[in-house]
Design a protein around this ligand. Structure first.
Ligand SMILES: [Zn+2]
Length: 263
């Protein structure tokens, strides 16, 4: 069965058919989806979605890009005061359907102020520890600073859409982290991702879509959804010399262990 550890079904790209599509997923082999918030509004909506669909779980947190995205509650309602916003996210972490803090992380691809995003991530790592929850981490072009914070706080969680080297993957797994693999594992230039995927211990990889983004080959460029993880499992299976069924089974077991969910 497919366990999608990282999705954004609240994206406007699902506005026309969200309920219909989500309802169709269990029939396509999907057993669980973690919907990630990126600000207070989407974290609340993710929790609501998780109460509506029995196979959906939620993550609540603030994405670094939300600090500069005018469409987020971080900018539109809190005028960048992420501390105030995080105070309102905190009660969501007591909701049994909220299984992680995130999506949080560091992003140097977009011009997000450096100090603010470092402080924001650190605050969320502390919050996750206080609530004994894993974190869903976004690391875009910020490996050095991310690894420094991981060393300092030693969180439980997933580095999502893993894009680093095989050596870094080994180090991260030695820290106890899980690595999330998605559509990029199927792309034509996936050699580096697959090298990393092949060195991750069997207990520490999970699968994800990051939908609506990152649709795998042969659907690249189209809208992604959790059922397409089947293609990712095939790519990772061939890199690891095993079957897609085995990859799906192991990644589901890993995700359940990480999020504390029974089979
Ligand atoms: Zn994401």
């Amino acid at each position: 069965m497919i366990f999608d550890t990282h999705a954004h079904y609240l994206s406007h790209r699902f506005d026309s058919d969200r309920a219909e599509l989500l309802s169709s997923l269990p029939g396509k082999g999907v057993c669980a989806v973690v919907e990630c918030g990126v600000d207070l509004d989407t974290s609340r909506a993710a929790a609501a979605l998780a109460h509506e669909f029995p196979f959906v779980y939620a993550a609540a947190g603030i994405h670094p890009e939300s600090l500069i995205d005018e469409d987020t509650s971080t900018v539109a309602r809190f005028a960048g005061d992420w501390r105030a916003e995080l105070r309102e996210i905190k009660p969501l972490l007591e909701d049994g359907r909220v299984v992680a803090v995130g999506e949080c992380g560091l992003d140097h691809h977009w011009p997000v102020p450096r100090d603010a995003q470092l402080e924001l991530l650190e605050a969320q790592l502390i919050l996750a520890r206080e609530h004994d929850l894993p974190v869903l981490l976004h690391d875009r072009e910020a490996h050095a600073e991310m690894y420094e914070l991981l060393r300092k706080h030693r969180p439980r969680g997933v580095l999502h859409c893993y894009s680093g080297s095989a050596d870094d993957a080994k180090w991260l797994c030695a820290q106890g982290l899980y690595l999330g693999f998605g559509g990029t594992a199927t792309f034509k230039n996936a050699r580096r991702v697959l090298e990393a995927a092949s060195v991750v211990p069997e207990e520490q990889f999970v699968l994800e879509t990051d939908c609506p983004y990152m649709a795998p080959e042969p659907m690249r460029g189209k809208r992604n959804d959790s059922s397409l993880i089947a293609y990712v499992a095939e790519a990772i299976a061939s890199a690891r010399g095993t079957t897609a069924a085995h990859i799906l089974e192991v990644s589901e077991r890993n995700a359940r262990r990480l999020f504390g969910l029974d089979a």
